[in-house]
Ligand binder design. Structure first.
Ligand code: SF4
Length: 254
């Protein structure tokens, strides 16, 4: 996955899409926006950026798992088998990116404590149960990928085979695809725009890259074309014009 930090509006739509897609309990978040404060030449700088599991190629969470619940598929996606997870939380400590959360009953009072469960919570228990006492994290919407590929669809290109966060992003800041294919959109973005992973020094070889922006002292140095970065702004302007027209028409009718 590649995250374009210039296009990203920090709108949290990907965070909400992930929550809805997986019926996440309130205390669990798979996709997040992080605010990171650094000091550059005596001046404080705050960077905000989206994060999720990096699906590291050399994943410490997989190495420390005593039951092989945490495992990596041939396509690189790191998953947790809820049936095998014993809730030891070694992986939570091993992940240097803090991308794993333990699903504890004590911390899960529900969306509205003291009230009946919402329809969303009830549906989640039926359609996408999260076992209490297991560890949770982003799975790159593996269900969508697998179901789509069975139908001959291509992850990253076809909606039904692509993660929900990517589909939801109005700014088109997220790109998904095959990093092993040098001609894929993700490989091209990384190559042409100086993509970098988060905290490369951790040595876990992440599969999530960032382009066209700055995180702390790190920056990719090739700016995108203005027409590319302006896409979402133009798109919003078009929406604004449409809204104005609808409003004006409604006044005429009155
Ligand atoms: Fe494991 Fe953390 Fe890497 Fe995800 S980001 S694969 S949880 S080490």
């Amino acid at each position: 996955m590649v995250i374009d930090l210039v296009k990203c509006m920090r709108c949290h739509a990907c965070v909400a899409a992930c929550r809805v897609e997986h019926f996440l309990p309130l205390h669990i978040t798979w996709a997040k926006l992080i605010a990171h404060e650094t000091e550059m030449d005596g001046i404080a700088e705050v960077s905000t950026y989206p994060v999720r599991c990096n699906h590291c190629k050399d994943a410490p969470c997989v190495k420390v798992c005593p039951t092989e619940a945490s495992h990596q598929r041939d396509d690189g996606i790191v998953l947790i088998d809820q049936e095998k997870c014993i809730g030891c939380r070694y992986c939570v400590i091993a992940c240097p990116y803090q991308n794993r959360t333990f699903h504890s009953k004590d911390k899960n009072p529900g969306y509205f404590p003291g009230y009946e469960k919402t329809r969303f919570e009830k549906k989640g228990e039926e359609l996408y149960p999260h076992e209490v006492g297991t560890t949770q994290k982003c799975n790159f919407c593996v269900e969508r990928i697998d179901a789509g590929q069975e139908r001959g669809l291509k992850p990253g290109s076809d909606w039904d085979a692509t993660p929900a966060c990517v589909n939801t992003c109005q700014a088109r800041a997220l790109t998904f695809g095959d990093l092993d294919d040098p001609d894929s959109a993700v490989s091209t973005l990384i190559r042409e725009r100086g993509g970098f992973p988060l905290e490369e020094e951790f040595g876990t070889d992440p599969s999530v890259f960032y382009v066209d922006g700055k995180i702390g002292g790190k920056a990719s140095n090739i700016a995108p074309e203005p027409e590319t970065t302006g896409y979402h702004i133009r798109h919003l302007s078009t929406m604004e014009e449409s809204a104005k027209k609808i409003f004006a028409d409604s006044k005429v009718k009155k």
